[in-house]
Ligand binder design. Structure first.
Ligand SMILES: Nc1nc2c(ncn2[C@@H]2O[C@H](COP(=O)(O)OP(=O)(O)O)[C@@H](O)[C@H]2O)c(=O)[nH]1
Ligand SMILES: [Mg+2]
Length: 433
């Protein structure tokens, strides 16, 4: 369960090099915004932009979790003034390795339904921010980090302080005094100020700072995963999670596959879906799911470290066969990031295995992120699901099934490692409406 509060790689990778603090809070020049609007300071009605990014090695599904934290922060800010969350373009993700496909500067609309997101908090794509705010300038970049001294046991408190940067700063000053950095692959984007903030606490802990200590209209929180959830599993968490409806074109492909290959459709499966997520208030239980077992077998970096909670292919195949027999099913849909060699082995061990295998054209169209979503969508509609220990990819499937109204025992299951003694099963998180 502790893994659900996993802070990400940053937690483990500690750079000790200290870089002098780079900038100042003072706003010298309001790039991209008219002088008149700024000289008057920011009024309550004036639009302010919250941008963010996450530690580069983090994958798609932890990033989805960070979005939920940012949405809570936005709701807090919104109580005082007019804010919009600028959706960080997708790209350069470690796991998106399909060759010859352009996978940066991907707008959120390729993966999620923007209208649904916008029904929860006000969001815009980065391209809209560029058009609306007057150019590729972000007035204030805050790089979030922990406290160099860590925290003493028993003295946990929520706090935020301007501190010298602990890690090597991923921004450098150009000859005009602007800060250049990754900025989601938008080379022309520049930051005006870059400051490091040590944070300890939930997302909204930083709200007062953004409201009182700066008049910048566009503020980016880099390494936003350093902020925790305001209330994991609470109403606000679930509102945001429910609003993260997958883009329709991906759902359609997933549904076609369900119908053609797995004889699965919403009517027969008793899975409810409504384009307006606010109208869905499922209780656990009524959903039956399609006549297939679904398994998420996370490999790659999960097996490189020889983790004892991740099974060998043989053990996974045995478990799948046991489940098929027990559930009286004869089809198993497998979602996996296994390499070709492992896939071959899997096909040998599980001849009845069904997979979603995109054509090259489909892959180019949906990209690795879209294909992963289609896999998740199909897993979410199965009669029974079994996933991989502490994989956020599996966790997001749990949530999707919870929204669809499945009985918890058909969802919160995971494979056990070959020699794992205490194979604790995933925690059930109930939706709060
Ligand atoms: N298509 C597909 N991709 C997967 C699957 N499992 C893992 N991946 C890819 O590997 C990434 C795993 O990283 P992440 O989303 O952080 O999940 P986690 O590392 O399992 O917690 C996903 O985002 C996908 O790009 C799978 O079953 N199907
Ligand atoms: Mg990951």
């Amino acid at each position: 369960m502790a893994a659900r509060f996993f802070l990400g790689w940053s937690f483990f990778i500690l750079f000790l090099s200290t870089v002098p603090q780079t900038c100042c809070d003072e706003v010298q020049f309001q790039a991209g915004h008219s002088a008149t609007s700024m000289s008057l300071g920011t009024s309550a009605a004036e639009q302010r932009y919250l941008l963010y990014d996450v530690n580069p090695p983090e994958g798609f599904n932890l990033r989805r979790d960070v979005y939920i934290r940012m949405a809570s922060l936005l709701k807090t800010l919104q109580k005082t003034s007019n804010w919009v969350l600028v959706l960080p373009p997708w790209g350069r993700l470690y796991h998106w390795q399909s060759p010859d496909i352009h996978q940066i500067r991907i707008p959120w609309a390729e993966f999620f339904d923007l209208k649904s997101l916008d029904q929860n908090i006000h969001v815009i794509e980065y391209e809209d921010f560029l058009a609306e705010s007057g150019g590729p300038f972000i007035e204030q970049v805050y790089v979030l980090q922990g406290y160099a001294e860590g925290w003493k046991e028993g003295t946990w408190e929520e706090k935020v302080d301007q501190r010298p940067c602990i890690d090597q700063l991923m921004y450098s000053e150009d000859r005009n005094g602007y800060y250049r950095g990754w900025f989601w692959g938008y080379e022309e984007t520049r930051g005006h100020n870059v400051t490091c903030l040590s944070v300890q606490g939930s997302a909204s802990v930083i709200a007062a700072m953004l409201l009182k200590n700066t008049t910048a209209r566009s503020i980016m929180l880099d390494r936003a995963e350093n902020l925790l959830h305001d209330h994991y599993g609470g109403k606000d968490y679930w509102d945001t999670r429910r609003s993260m409806v997958f883009a329709k074109h991906l759902r359609v492909i997933g549904d076609e596959f369900r119908a053609k290959v797995l004889q699965s459709n919403d009517n027969a499966d008793k899975t409810i879906f409504h384009e307006d997520w606010k109208k869905v208030k499922g209780k656990p239980g009524p959903a039956l799911g399609g006549p297939y077992l679904a398994a998420h077998l996370r490999r790659k970096d999960f097996i490189w470290g020889h983790r004892e909670d991740v099974p060998s292919l043989r053990k996974a195949a045995d478990e799948i066969h046991k489940l098929l027999k027990k559930l009286k099913l004869n089809k198993v849909f497998v979602a996996t990031d296994a390499d070709q060699e492992d896939l071959q082995e899997l096909r040998k061990q599980i001849p009845e295995m069904v997979r979603f295998e995109p054509t090259w054209e489909e892959l180019e169209l949906f990209k690795d992120g879209g294909v992963a979503i289609i896999d998740q969508w199909i897993c979410a509609h199965a009669r029974y699901f079994i996933g991989t220990s502490v994989s956020t990819f599996s966790f997001r499937i749990h949530e999707e099934r919870e929204i669809l109204g499945f009985e918890p025992k058909t969802t919160y299951n995971r494979f056990c490692g070959d020699k794992e003694k205490n194979c604790e099963q995933p925690t059930h998180w109930k939706i709060v409406y």
